[in-house]
Design a protein around this ligand. Structure first.
Ligand SMILES: Cc1ncc(COP(=O)(O)O)c(C=O)c1O
Length: 413
């Protein structure tokens, strides 16, 4: 695993992964509980007593056992759909520990979020604010809302996962926020409790995250001057991890920067991390199903896992370290490491230096604990793969492999 925090030696871990592949089959996701615990402790500890809440972003990985593990660590939750809200509650989170985000909330979602009395509904637009107010008045309650502001800050991440620029669809322009807070404070059905900002994901430098935090702190200060007192500032998620071994911002430094920006306001800090908590904890175990060498040209290593199981390379051209579980003798040569799907975009890596492999060898794709299994799909009628959770020297299947019958169960002929 990428983060080795347990006492498991590399040899023992190789043996464990080999056993898992035999028992659960491949492709298969495998997560390390120790890695998740360590990542959570690093963030939580860095607050050093400053009032805060870590709302684990379920969108990164919402498998029940993972969500329950985070609940057990004291995390709160960030849900992006009713499905995620229900998963969070099923795993023990109370409604007042859940923030609900989403750029296009349906009427049903608003109705239920209001009825549940969530800690905050992160509001994305003036229209949504109206709709939440109407539903809350109809239910005879005041909905706790936080306005998601768009600070027009470049997260310097991949364009497909940047959300804090004016050209992105998320939130309301920050200069419109004071007027909207005044409006919220005047509504019968709304209780403005916070400001929310989330400028993107896989952000590897602190500067954009700190700038976004400073922008919402300044907003809260202006609101206080108008007697609109917030309860928390939700700084979103977005902290990146190192997929290729190059240095990235340290989680503890990130927290310290947020606290430094916020301390003067005295307001509670909420964060919504996903990737940094679970990303390094996961590997995808796969087997080589074919090796092809075009004369004088490329070597192709075909895996039994592809874009069905892990979308990130096809979706964002994302880089993942890939290694044979057991290294054979011989020099590394370039190879395209591809999946079995009939799409040219179904490749995990191109022209990657890779050791010799043979059909049947196990291959490990690293850092797939976030935005891996959750984005999986069943294209070509390929059932969803199993997921396994390692805890020290033991492991258990936390999602078994889907069967074809289950995949077809919703259909009639
Ligand atoms: C609103 C919101 N909060 C939190 C997250 C989690 O982000 P990350 O996994 O990068 O920490 C996301 C993901 O993009 C998001 O959209």
């Amino acid at each position: 695993m990428a983060v080795t925090t347990s006492s498991t030696s590399p040899d023992a871990r190789t043996e464990q992964l080999s056993d898992i592949a035999s028992a659960a089959g491949t492709p298969c996701y495998v997560y390390d509980a120790a890695s998740i615990r360590a990542a959570y402790a690093a963030l939580d500890g860095a607050f050093d007593g400053y009032p805060h809440a870590i709302h684990y972003a379920l969108k990164a990985n919402s498998s029940l056992a993972i969500v329950r593990l985070l609940h057990g660590l004291g995390s709160h939750a960030d849900a992006n759909s009713l499905g995620e809200t229900d998963v969070a509650m099923r795993c023990g989170f109370r409604p007042d520990q859940i923030v609900f985000t989403g750029v296009g909330k349906s009427a049903a979602e608003i109705d239920r979020a209001v009825a549940l009395g969530l800690l905050a509904i992160n509001v994305e637009s003036p229209g949504e604010l109206d709709r939440i107010d109407q539903r809350a008045v109809a239910q005879g309650v005041r909905a706790r809302v936080a306005l998601r502001v768009n600070p027009d800050i470049d997260a310097k991440s991949h364009p497909h996962i940047s959300t804090g620029l004016r050209s992105n669809k998320f939130g309301v322009p920050i200069d419109e926020a004071p007027g909207l807070f005044r409006e919220m404070a005047s509504r019968r059905g709304l209780l403005p409790v916070g400001a929310h900002v989330h400028i993107g994901s896989q952000i590897t430098t602190l500067e954009p995250l700190t700038k976004a935090a400073e922008a919402v702190v300044a907003l809260a200060r202006d609101l206080r001057a108008e007697a609109i007192e917030l309860q928390h500032l939700d700084m979103g998620g977005g902290l990146g991890i190192s997929y290729d071994g190059s240095p990235v911002a340290d989680p503890a430094e990130y927290v310290r920067a947020l606290v430094a920006a916020t301390r003067g306001s005295g307001l509670k800090v909420a964060i919504e991390p996903g990737r940094v908590l679970v990303g390094p904890a996961g590997v995808l175990l796969s087997r080589v199903v074919d090796v092809k060498q075009f004369p004088g040209a490329k070597r192709f290593i075909v895996l039994d896992a592809g874009m069905n199981e892990l979308m990130r390379p096809a979706l964002y051209n994302a880089y993942h370290r890939i290694e044979p579980l057991i290294r054979r003798d011989g020099a590394e040569t370039p190879a395209d490491i591809v999946g079995p799907i009939c799409e040219s975009t179904d490749a995990y890596a191109r022209d990657r230096q890779f050791a010799p492999v043979e059909v049947g060898d196990l291959v490990v794709v690293r850092d797939v604990g976030a935005y891996g299994a959750v984005m999986g799909h069943t294209y070509l009628r390929r059932p969803l793969p199993p997921e396994v959770l390692i805890d020290g020297s033991t492991w258990r299947i936390i999602r078994r492999r889907q069967t074809l019958d289950e995949l077809l169960a919703l259909e009639t002929e």
